[in-house]
Design a protein around this ligand. Sequence first.
Ligand SMILES: *[C@@H]1O[C@H](CO)[C@@H](O)[C@H](O)[C@H]1NC(C)=O
Ligand SMILES: *[C@@H]1O[C@H](CO)[C@@H](O)[C@H](O)[C@H]1NC(C)=O
Length: 419
Amino acid sequence: MASLLLSFVLLLLLTVSSAESKTFWADVAALKEFKNSVDPKSISPGSCLSSWDFSVDPCDGLSGETFTCGFRCDSVVSGSGRVTELILDQAGYSGSLSSVSFNFPYLQAFDLSGNYLSGPLPDSLSNLTRLTRLFLAGNSFSGSIPDSLGSMPVLEELLLDNNRLDGSVPASFNGLTSLKRLEIQLNNISGKFPDLSSLKNLYYLDASDNRISGPVPSSLPESVVQISMRNNLMEGTIPESFRKLNSVEVVDLSNNKLSGSIPSFIFTHQTLQQLTLSFNGFTSLDSPYYSPLGLPSELISVDLSNNQIQGPLPLFLGLLPKLSALSLEKNSFSGMIPTQYVWKTVSPGSGYAGFQRLLLGGNYLFGVVPGPLMTLKPGSRNVQLEGNCFSWCPATFFFCRGQEQRSLTECRKFSRVIP
Ligand SMILES: *[C@@H]1O[C@H](CO)[C@@H](O)[C@H](O)[C@H]1NC(C)=O
Ligand SMILES: *[C@@H]1O[C@H](CO)[C@@H](O)[C@H](O)[C@H]1NC(C)=O
């Protein structure tokens, strides 16, 4: 009986205090801590963050003169529960002893992008438990990404790109089960990329321009549509598990330390449209099996330039029905230009995309430049053949770009086959 009475008193107190603060108290505490953790020197006068003086209730003041920027609150979240479960919270409860209803706005979106703010990211950001969007891109936040950020249950978009964050991507991120968009590019993030297989809604991942090492992640969720991890330090090749990514349309792994062979399945992938693997150390590529009728492939653009791939130009790349941009320059391809490439550039069959861009410069291709290519009008296609071992690529043809072929000595040194 005594404890019931005590509860009642507490409840009355809470109801009274709720008149002052409408915003969920833990959200207010997290905002205060966030402001405290930012280097005061980086908060410019008149900026959003400088206007936070906490004299007005955050969510209540949204339409007023002060405290209006940097976040959005959701409409009031209501619910009910038993008093014994809720009695310890200080938020705005009201109701009878047996059942209470609560009523307060939470922070729903938090956006302080592009403000040159510096300092660490505080752990308590994760106390904003109803946040669906956290945008802190384009600042100078430093230190590592707090593990606690991985425990935000309804977070859908996390944008931390273009800061000075280091350390690794927390393994706890696999707990962000509502996450759809993750952008951490342009930081100094290192270490192996974690397992994110539980992120069943993730469709956009950009971790470019960091120092991420280890293998290309093999445990991305099947929902992922775009994977950008260029300019990192990843090794190995494209993992077999990419086969199962049945929504992926864009893969950019350029400028890493990938090596070995590019697996054949990636060229006949059921959804992939854009494959960028330039500036790596690949030495070969595996041809998929194909019939004379062509290949099932959704690829529109393939960039394998600036690797060390040897061998003849792969015939199958001239048979991919939708491919219109192929960059193979600065590798060690040799042999002649296949007729499949020539026809795909000059007059693709009906229902087939033609090459609008065919970049083959800086290889060891030899023979004569096929006649049909010579009939192309300058500017009609972007064809580049300079820096090979063609016997004749007159500077007057636009695709020779007025540049020399390699010297005969250089060409012979590479291959004895070259006449
Ligand atoms: C965030 O939540 C944790 C755990 O509930 C708590 O210890 C901490 O004081 C909270 N931080 C703020 C700023 O409210
Ligand atoms: C990035 O991190 C590496 C260590 O991992 C460090 O040597 C380097 O100075 C950092 N770069 C920047 C721009 O902070």
